[in-house]
Ligand binder design. Sequence first.
Ligand code: 4HU
Length: 454
Amino acid sequence: SGAVQDQNLLDKTTKQDSPQQKGRPQLDTNPPKGTRDFYPQDMRLRTWLFDHWRAVAKSFGFSEYDAPVLESEALYVRKAGEEVTTQLYNFVDKGDRAVALRPEMTPSLARMVMAQKGGLPMPLKWYSIPQCWRYERMTRGRRREHFQWNMDVWGVAGPEAEAELMAAMVTFFENVGLTAEDVGIKVNSRLVIGEVLDSLGIPEEKFAVTCVLVDKLEKVPIEAIQGDLEELGLDRSVVEKLLDVLTNKSLDALKGTLGEDSQAVKELSQFMTLCEAYNIQNWILFDASVVRGLAYYTGIVFEAFDRRGELRAIAGGGRYDKLLETFGGVQTPAAGFGFGDAVIVELLKERDVLPSFESTGVDTVVFAMNQDLYAPAVGVASVLRKAGQSVDVVLEGKKLKWVFKHADRIGAKYCVVVGADEYLNGEVAIKDLSGGAQKSVKIDDLSNWVSDEQ
Ligand SMILES: OCc1cccc(Br)n1
C-alpha cells in the first residue's frame, strides 16, 4: 500500500471480505501491488498537501502544466545506470510502441519545451504534481507510485534560479508548520566532481556516470560498485581523491581543496549570499557529499532532509543545463526540484502538525420529517447551497436519531429539520450540533442566517 495509505488515518483493521458468494471467485479488492487507493479521508489529506504546494507555486509566480502519464520509453533511456531508469514501468503497446509510465516529470517538461522550438518566452517558471511510477521488485515492499511536486525554472543560467526554488521549498515547509530545526537542505555543486575529475584527467564524458556512482557510494559499500568504477576506468586513487573532496563540510575547506578560482566555489558562495537575501540561510547547509542520483544534473544540487535523520530524503533537485542537448535540442539552462508526497506526510505526522481530516466539510444536514416534506426540504437545501453552504440532504426516510448521528459522524455543524408544524409557519428547525441549541428560522430568512453564521 502507499505511503498516504501507510499514514492512513483510517482504522488499520484488516479488510473483512464480504461472505463468499456461492461459486463465484471473489475479486481481489486490493489495489495493484505498490499502489494506493485514496478513500475520502485519505483524499482530504492529499488535497490539503496539494493545495499547499499549489499555493506556494502561485505565490512564486509559477504556472501549472501537465503531460501524459504515458511517455515514449526513449525519454528515459540514459546509459548512466540510474535507479529511476533501471526500474521503468515500461511495456510495448498494441501499436508495437515502446512506452513507459513516467518515472519523473523533467523529461516530459523538456519534451514540451523542445516541441515549441524556442517559441516559449523565457524564463519559464512551471510546476506540476504528476503521479510518477517505477517497477521495483516488491522484495523491498516499496511503493511503485507517488505524487511528486515539480518546480522548474528554464532560461536562467545564474544561481538566482536555484535560490528562488529554495525559497519556494522553504516557504512550503514554513506554511505547514515545520522549522529549520525539523528540516535542513544540503547543498552542493556537481562542478566540484567535475573540477576534481578534470584535475585528474578524467574525460568529460565520464562525468554523468561517475556522479551516479558517487551517489550510490552514499548508500552502498565501495565494494558493491568497485566493478562499475573499474569499468569506468576510475582506479582506487581517483575514487579515494573524489571521496576525500566529498567529505568537505565547509565552503572554505572546499576552496582550500579546489583553489581560489574554482567555479564551483564561486557559484556556491553566490548562491549562499542569495539565500541570506531570502533569510533562509538557517535551512541551508553546504555538504560536498550530496550529488543526487539523476545523471542530468550539471551544477548546484540540493536535498531536503529531516534533521533527526530518521526518514529518506524529503525532496531533491538541481541544475540540469544539458538535458535538452541530450534530446537533440538547443542547450537551455534549467533548474528544478521534485518533492514526493510520501516522506513529507510521514514527517508531518511524526511532528504532529497534520490537521485532522475527519470532517467531510459539510456545513448542514437537511432532513424532511416525512415524504410529503421532501420537496420543501430540497428547496431549503438549494437556498442554503446558493448562500454558499455545503449541504448534505438525507435522501430517504430515517429516524431522527439516525440523522443526528449521521450529521455528527460527517462533522456537520448544523442540522436543519423540515417538520410539518414549522413548515406550516414557513419555518424550519435548526439544531446547532456543537452547542446543541435549537431554534426556528423563517425559510425566507435562511440566507441571512447563513451569513450571520459565517
Ligand atoms: O523517487 C523515485 C520514485 C519514482 C517513481 C515512483 C516512486 Br514510488 N519513486
